[in-house]
Design a binder for this molecule. Structure first.
Ligand code: SER
Length: 591
């Protein structure tokens, strides 16, 4: 097999599916637009969930793409030879169009045909679902593989754990899958050796999911239309195909490695963990910051993951004894490499670099005093555990993410009292909530009756904008005075008179329904699970309030709000204008 580059692989894949009447769709944002249950897009199918559940896609029923994805469940494992937090995923979809009998021969063709990957048949193994109480054994896929020429002893029946795909949240479209593996030709590790084992004989390259169900509350309901969702990890396929020892041997990391060696005068081979962490975290951070949804580092949600990535990277840069800033040079290598496929990187280059530098500055201010405190704390330990109080101080005063303190403690064979940290964190949240509530009251007329009414009006307005322009509409900005509400939201056109009228009528209709406005306190996680609207630009604590207005709106919000929509006046738009590219601004009053 000759060498495969990222460019060849992506082009070949898209060409193959274009020839089978697929439309190529652009990669969606890394920050899910219509899903509050996860912080980042984790798979190619993620942005397509509404279409997999039956909504019509404007580009038809056959789609393919390369999607940027982030999985951060094991950030601390990055540094070994295989973990990455960012990856690209090739995928193709049938939205109620073709199914197994087309997809399996196509997969076989793409993998083995001379025009495409040209993998010799003896190097291919596949797995199919063995069946359980929710879905039958997948004999159909097995016989399709056999018809293609895959020998019976290379078709493995595996359980749900291996051959079933659903989102990590356990809800949404799902079904049995059939996975394809590269058989390295190594000896089997035992009689039971199969693609399910991690001895390294079989390496996964592609996954065909046959989505026939929708999971909801642990139940599996048949979908009206059967879909296909396939996923091929770009980095992984390059490693397997080219027989590389580590994912850090692919092209982008070779470029970064060279740059980092130049900048640090250190060798990759002598500093494997540092180099890998820096390269991975820089790539992920650059993509997050380059996304048009433009997240910035913060202490909550996706912003916190971004902060952890940047700060962990900086810590490892310091381990290489580098004192000047090298972030811009590294980010530039990444932007240049990927900009043809992800135009947003070039478009947002300035913002990417300035956010990286700002976070670096913030962290540098406290880093060395934080290290001093850390060393002092561990020199005085009476047992092997850093207290929650100390971990919280490192977090709150010195900006050390908890996971960062844990990792440093583990390097010294120490632990951290995580529960104690959480307790301190909670106390602090309560304190700051009280403090800001106090400020509020002492301040202008912010909790005054008028402002409160406008707060509730803002929630209804946002809910109606979503009804009108789709779930992806969110509140980009909101400013309230006792006299008016100003709201910014993304929309690609000036609102027509008709749209303004629809908005006005619908909001007024809701106001007249005399709906109760209720408030519940819950954890941020629970709130997001219930589908409550949240704006990530806001800083949320671990516990939040969720305000619900009838069945119209559910938002995470500090309040205050009226108790019933009947307390509101008549909604009136006084101005509709552009606020920035693709963002409209509404000025609204109540009469
Ligand atoms: N959703 C499947 C996966 O992530 C196939 O795209 O592997």
């Amino acid at each position: 097999m000759k060498e495969l580059t990222r460019r060849n692989l992506i082009d070949m894949y898209q060409e193959f599916f274009k020839n089978k009447s697929h439309s190529v769709i652009p990669s969606a944002s890394l920050i899910p637009e219509n899903d509050g249950t996860v912080l980042f897009t984790t798979a190619g199918m993620h942005p397509l969930v509404p279409y997999l559940l039956g909504q019509k896609h404007p580009l038809g029923t056959r789609l393919c793409d390369v999607q940027k994805c982030i999985r951060t469940s094991d950030i601390e494992s990055v540094g070994d030879s295989s973990h990455l937090t960012f990856f690209e995923m090739l995928g193709n979809w049938s939205l109620g169009d073709y199914f197994k009998k087309e997809m399996i021969p196509w997969s076989y063709e793409f993998l083995t045909s001379d025009e495409y990957l040209a993998i010799p048949l003896e190097r291919i193994a596949v797995s199919v679902f063995e069946g359980n109480e929710n879905a039958p054994r997948d004999e159909e896929s097995a016989s399709l593989w056999k018809e293609c020429g895959v020998p019976e002893d290379k078709i493995y029946y595996l359980p749900k754990e291996n051959n079933w795909w659903e989102l990590g949240t356990g809800s949404g479209p799902c079904g049995p899958d059939s996975e394809m593996f590269f058989d390295t030709g190594k000896e089997s590790c035992s009689n039971e050796c199969s693609p399910a084992c991690d001895c390294g004989k079989f390496l996964e390259i592609w996954n065909d999911v046959f989505m026939e169900y929708e999971a909801k509350d642990g139940k599996y309901m048949p979908l009206e239309h059967k879909n296909v969702d396939t996923g091929m990890g770009v980095e992984r396929t390059l490693v397997v195909y080219n027989g590389l020892k580590s994912v850090y041997d692919i092209e982008i990391f070779m470029l970064l490695r060279k740059k980092l060696e130049e900048l640090t005068n250190k060798k990759y081979e002598d500093n494997l963990k540092e180099f890998r962490v820096i390269m991975d975290h820089m790539r992920t951070s650059t993509f997050i910051l380059g996304d048009d949804a433009s997240l910035t580092p913060s202490n909550t949600g996706a912003g916190y993951i971004l902060r952890r990535l940047i700060r962990r990277m900086i810590r490892f840069i310091k381990n290489l004894e580098v004192n000047e800033s090298i972030l811009e040079d590294l980010a530039t290598v990444i932007i240049d490499y990927y900009k043809d496929d992800y135009k947003e990187l070039e478009r947002n280059k300035e913002q990417i670099i300035s956010s990286l530098l700002l976070e670096e500055q913030k962290f540098n201010k406290t880093l060395s005093s934080g290290y001093k405190m850390f060393n002092k704390v561990i020199s005085k330990l009476e047992n092997d555990t850093i207290s929650g109080e100390h971990a919280f101080k490192l977090f709150d005063t010195f900006g050390f993410p908890l996971e960062f303190t844990i990792e440093m403690a583990n390097e010294k064979n120490l632990n951290v009292d995580i529960e104690g940290f959480k307790q301190k964190f909670k106390e602090h949240q309560e304190l700051s909530r009280t403090a800001s509530a106090g400020e509020f009251k002492g301040g202008l007329s912010d909790t005054g009756k008028e402002t409160t009414r406008y707060h509730t009006l803002a929630h209804i307005t946002l809910a109606v904008l979503k009804e009108m322009f789709g779930k992806s509409v969110y509140q980009k900005g909101c400013n309230i005075t006792p006299e008016r509400l100003r709201m910014d939201f993304p929309l690609d056109h000036k609102m027509t008179d008709e749209e303004k009228e629809t908005l006005t009528n619908r909001v007024n209709e809701i106001i007249k329904m005399n709906l109760p406005v209720t408030k519940e306190e819950m954890s941020l996680e629970e709130a997001l699970k219930t589908g409550a609207e949240g704006t990530f630009s806001e800083k949320y604590g671990e516990r939040v309030y969720v305000y619900t207005i009838g069945n119209i709106s559910k938002e995470i919000c500090g309040g205050p709000h009226v108790e019933n929509t009947s307390e509101l006046g008549t909604f009136k738009i006084v101005k509709e204008e552009s606020s920035s590219a693709g963002v409209r601004r509404l000025k609204i009053i109540m009469e």
